[in-house]
Design a protein around this ligand. Structure first.
Ligand code: APR
Length: 239
């Protein structure tokens, strides 16, 4: 992980939509079908852990099924990291593993990872692709019933925030891709970099909540807009 990247890319669920994964706030999004309060808060897990496990087991099975592949937008960002000399850091809100499978390495999952679980007792983090239930015991401490998805729920602190703000303070280009700009602290990153000479670009299906804060914007399908913008950066060369 090189923290001297001069391009920081924030991604959201929209970059994975064309890979077949649902977003959250589109009309057909996840929160149109399930309430956040029922499946994505610590209180929900304490109240009805089986319901929370079912919610994440379904999403984990979908991702681990082999039918979900990185798309041209993920691949373009991996190419940018491989070819841009100044360094690229992807900060993703997504809990899927499509950036990794597209070849990105310099990557932080600020909302955690669907294919990992965490023990509530000893905090051990383990790769996990199967269904998870209260019957499973932690491989490290043996505690049963306390294993949870290693994802950040509403009301919990996102991960790696110090490293993210350090990278934002150094970057010359901030790109925001496939996010509606509804959830903080990610939605505040553009304001954090504005004013310091950093160029800001929004790439999304439609203007996000924070659209007015970006110096440049490209709207359309990520599989078209992201490769085109990566070409522009690599062909233009200066930032
Ligand atoms: N190409 C580009 N953008 C797209 C595409 C696409 N094919 N499809 C959808 N989008 C855009 C939508 O217009 C929307 O603005 O992606 C955005 C997705 O927004 P959300 O569903 O709100 O997802 P996101 O911004 O990632 O949510 C942030 O909220 O629920 C929490 O933890 C969850 O990480 C998530 C966070």
């Amino acid at each position: 992980m090189t923290d001297t990247a001069n391009i920081v890319v924030l991604t959201g669920a929209g970059i994975s939509k064309e890979s077949g994964l649902a977003t959250f706030r589109d009309a057909d999004g996840i929160w149109a079908r399930v309430r956040i309060e029922d499946v994505a808060t610590p209180e929900a897990f304490a109240r009805d852990p089986e319901r929370v496990h079912d919610f994440y087991n379904t999403r984990r099975a979908g991702l681990a099924s082999g039918g979900v592949m990185p798309n041209a937008a993920h691949v373009a960002l991996a190419r940018l990291e491989a070819e841009w000399p100044g360094g690229v850091l992807i900060v993703t809100q997504n809990i899927d593993d499509l950036h990794e499978r597209a070849g990105s390495r310099n990557l932080l999952h600020m909302h955690g990872e669907l294919l990992k679980i965490r023990c509530n007792r000893c905090q051990a983090i383990t790769g996990w692709t199967e269904d998870l239930s209260l019957e499973h015991a932690c491989a490290d401490c043996g505690d049963a019933g306390g294993l949870r998805p290693n994802v950040v729920w509403f009301g919990e602190m996102p991960l790696e925030m110090e490293r993210i703000y350090q990278a934002l303070d150094r970057c010359r280009l901030f790109m925001s891709i496939g996010t509606s700009g509804n959830v903080y602290p990610a939605a505040g990153f553009v304001a954090h970099v504005t004013g310091g000479g950093t160029h800001t670009v929004e790439i999304n299906m439609e203007p996000s909540e924070g659209a007015a804060q970006f110096a440049e914007a490209h709207y359309g399908l990520a599989t078209e807009t992201v490769p085109a913008y990566v070409d522009k950066i690599l062909n233009g060369g200066k930032l």
